[in-house]
Design a protein around this ligand. Sequence first.
Ligand SMILES: N[C@@H](CCC(=O)N[C@@H](CS)C(=O)NCC(=O)O)C(=O)O
Length: 225
Amino acid sequence: MIEELREAGVTLPPIEVIPVDIMSGEQFSESFTSVSPNQKIPGLVHGDVRLMESCAILQYLGDQFPSALYPSGKTRYDVLQWLTWQAAGLGPTFGNKLSYTRYLADLPEIQKQHPLERFNTEAQRLLRVLDKQLSGRQYVCGDELTIADIAIFPWIRGYKWSKIDITLHDNVVAWKARVHERPGVVRGLQNGAPEGESERWSDATKQRYASGGSFMASNTTIQGR
Ligand SMILES: N[C@@H](CCC(=O)N[C@@H](CS)C(=O)NCC(=O)O)C(=O)O
């Protein structure tokens, strides 16, 4: 979002990006919890405003720094419905599929079968909905990139990690490539990624994410919060 605002010619105040290492539990620290009571990244501090939830943060930035990324008028409601669709549908479904695919290695296969099938089927349904929406459009809400695209893109981009096959959905595949090649997106993806690994993780990084994810997804960790 920050890099796309810059691409749109918006002048931003100085920005400090503070990494929160969720693998080592930094999301549970007192200072981060005061920004994000749900103890999940991302969080935003701007003056006396403290915000959690990526879709709320996108709306806030869109409001504070006006551009075509968060259009006004009737289109805004179109953007908001797709933003909410991500927060309530695509994100949780892809996230749950990811957990059962990569992070719950200790769970017997038999216990994983139903959730894997359930979340994969729902993910495919959501992809059909997105594919239809993208028919005849460059971006989710028309011919301009908006915060709806910014919210949806990371889950679609990471489809191999969650093992959700997007390749049957031609419009989704073309849209993913279109978003991915934008200079602002390229710069944004490099921010915070391990050196040289914004496009392809090393085996060591995959292993680190898999074990960190297993720690976060376990019922014991969730109960202890
Ligand atoms: N709906 C939230 C989801 C945030 C979320 O799940 N963040 C994950 C990383 S992608 C996290 O912080 N996990 C740490 C944990 O579960 O302890 C948003 O969009 O901001």
